[in-house]
Design a protein around this ligand. Structure first.
Ligand SMILES: Nc1ncnc2c1ncn2[C@@H]1O[C@H](COP(=O)(O)OP(=O)(O)OP(=O)(O)O)[C@@H](O)[C@H]1O
Length: 234
């Protein structure tokens, strides 16, 4: 393992009247369902096991079997969640199937406090909210090769019903419009060939890390190089 450790400083500064977090910049990854976000992130976490962390989201839905409070989600009641939102404790929130989900400021700060880059795998509405927050995040959009290929991958993943598949493909069309509009994302990763897509993502993220390290942040980039076999079975 190669090791590089540098200094971190955390502060809040005001730019144009807006409070901007000066902690390690979170990484926002967005893209249609099935575009390959988890596939890419899995490899990023594998190559750099100490660099990234997911924040633990809050949800008002009931825990499923095996889900642990504080680990998979922070499970809260509707009233508690609504009160937290009122108090401005959340960076982004969304409602799915009647349940509220959200990322709290505290959850992100917890990851940052360990010298890690907080990764947020969120949808477009969440992206818009993060853009409006004090978080000075890096925004990456994962683009599938085509809607037809997206459908093929979702079918092959075997996680969707005909109905949910149709819904995801319709949503994908809208998401692609926003995702590919100039200026909405810092980087668009075209996920056709996985190895190439991964290298584009990784090299960009490493540049962003180097820039922050040069500014005095301490970010571990212990590296466990990936091999060709990591890209054989997608
Ligand atoms: N470059 C690629 N080539 C072929 N298949 C791929 C590629 N990238 C991802 N896949 C496959 O496409 C499917 C969808 O990928 P993945 O689950 O990572 O998408 P996602 O964006 O995380 O979706 P969701 O938002 O629904 O969680 C998976 O079965 C994955 O193995």
């Amino acid at each position: 393992m190669l090791s590089l450790t540098l200094l971190i400083s955390r502060a809040i500064s005001s730019i144009g009247g807006k409070m901007v977090s000066k902690g390690i910049q979170p990484l926002v990854i967005c893209g249609p369902s099935g575009s390959g976000k988890s596939t890419l992130l899995k490899r990023l976490f594998k190559e750099f096991p100490n660099t990234f962390g997911f924040s633990v989201s809050h949800t008002t839905r009931k825990p499923r079997q095996g889900e642990e409070d504080g680990v998979h989600y922070n499970f809260v009641g509707v009233e508690e969640m609504k009160a937290g939102i009122e108090k401005g404790e959340f960076i982004e929130t969304a409602v799915f199937s009647g349940n509220i989900y959200g990322t709290s400021k505290k959850a992100i700060e917890k990851v940052q406090s360990h010298g890690k880059i907080c990764v947020l795998d969120i949808e477009i509405e969440g992206v818009k909210q993060v853009k409006n927050s004090h978080l000075n995040a890096i925004f990456i959009f994962v683009e599938p090769p085509s809607i037809e290929e997206l459908e093929r991958r979702l079918r092959a993943r075997n996680t969707e019903t005909e109905e949910s598949l149709e819904k995801r493909l319709n949503t994908a069309r809208t998401e692609l419009k926003y995702g590919l509009a100039p200026g909405n994302f810092d980087l668009v990763v075209h996920n056709n060939n996985l190895k190439e897509a991964y290298h584009k993502l990784r090299d960009y993220v490493l540049c962003q890390i180097e820039r922050q390290v040069a500014q005095g942040f301490k970010i571990s980039i212990d590296r466990t190089p990936l091999s060709d076999s990591d890209f054989l079975h997608v």
